[in-house]
Design a protein around this ligand. Structure first.
Ligand SMILES: Nc1ncnc2c1ncn2[C@@H]1O[C@H](COP(=O)(O)OP(=O)(O)OP(=O)(O)O)[C@@H](O)[C@H]1O
Length: 209
């Protein structure tokens, strides 16, 4: 279980969020919503242990994530920019990631086909379109057995077909007891019954100095 306890963060004299608490259990998804600049990426980075809040803490299986070796193994974080080595082909990118993630029942060719990159396996990733590069990055979701996925705007640049593939992947992950935290403006792709919503930025005040 992931638990956020009383998270607060100010940036550039603005209180982005104050005393946000929630629990995310196995088989649940969290949809993080809010307008541009509301603090969604900042919140995701805190939940992933990449940044510290001004107040509060995040716990994984009852332990602070900063102290939890388990958390690093259980987490898959995909940030705003697709983390793809542009000098490597999709096949080479996946071979590298596959070595990091360990055993996988699916072959690299199968995963590339699943994300719609059949026929592009050997093209340098720098020569792929933005949506194709995003597909390479998202193929980690097929490689990984991580329990918790934290994804920042994963649908950027994806076409309808790729979005449908991701929707199915999300549903399978959650149905298998995985957890998912995602920012997206397309809420409909999350499994509705299993999704809780958190909206940031409704009230933002100037921080008193
Ligand atoms: N490292 C930083 N230093 C200073 N200000 C920052 C930093 N990171 C974010 N901010 C500010 O915090 C606010 C929230 O940024 P954040 O990226 O979390 O918003 P967001 O909700 O993800 O926005 P978007 O929908 O546009 O991606 C913005 O005003 C941004 O300028």
């Amino acid at each position: 279980m992931l638990e956020a306890r009383s998270l607060s963060l100010a940036r550039q004299s603005r209180q982005l969020f104050s005393h946000i608490s929630f629990m995310l259990r196995p088989g649940q998804a969290l949809l993080l919503e809010g307008r541009n600049g509301a603090g969604k990426t900042s919140m995701l980075r805190i939940l992933a242990g990449l940044a510290r809040p001004d107040e509060g803490d995040v716990y994984w299986q009852g332990e602070k994530i900063s102290n939890s070796a388990l958390f690093r193994d259980d987490l898959l974080y995909l940030g705003h920019q697709p983390a793809v080595n542009l000098e490597l082909t999709p096949f080479e990118n996946l071979r590298y990631l596959s070595a990091l993630h360990g055993d996988n029942p699916q072959s690299i060719a199968e995963i590339l086909a699943a994300v719609g990159l059949a026929g592009y396996e050997d093209v340098p990733s720098g020569n792929l379109s933005a949506g194709q590069q995003r597909r390479v990055a998202l193929s980690r979701l097929w490689l990984s057995n991580s329990k918790l996925w934290i994804l920042d705007e994963p649908l950027t640049a994806l076409d309808v077909r790729a979005v449908a593939g991701l929707e199915k992947r999300f549903a399978d992950h959650v149905a298998n007891g995985g957890m998912l935290i995602v920012t997206t403006h397309q809420a409909a792709i999350l499994p509705q019954q299993a999704t809780i919503q958190l909206r940031l930025g409704e009230i933002q005040q100037e921080v008193e100095s």
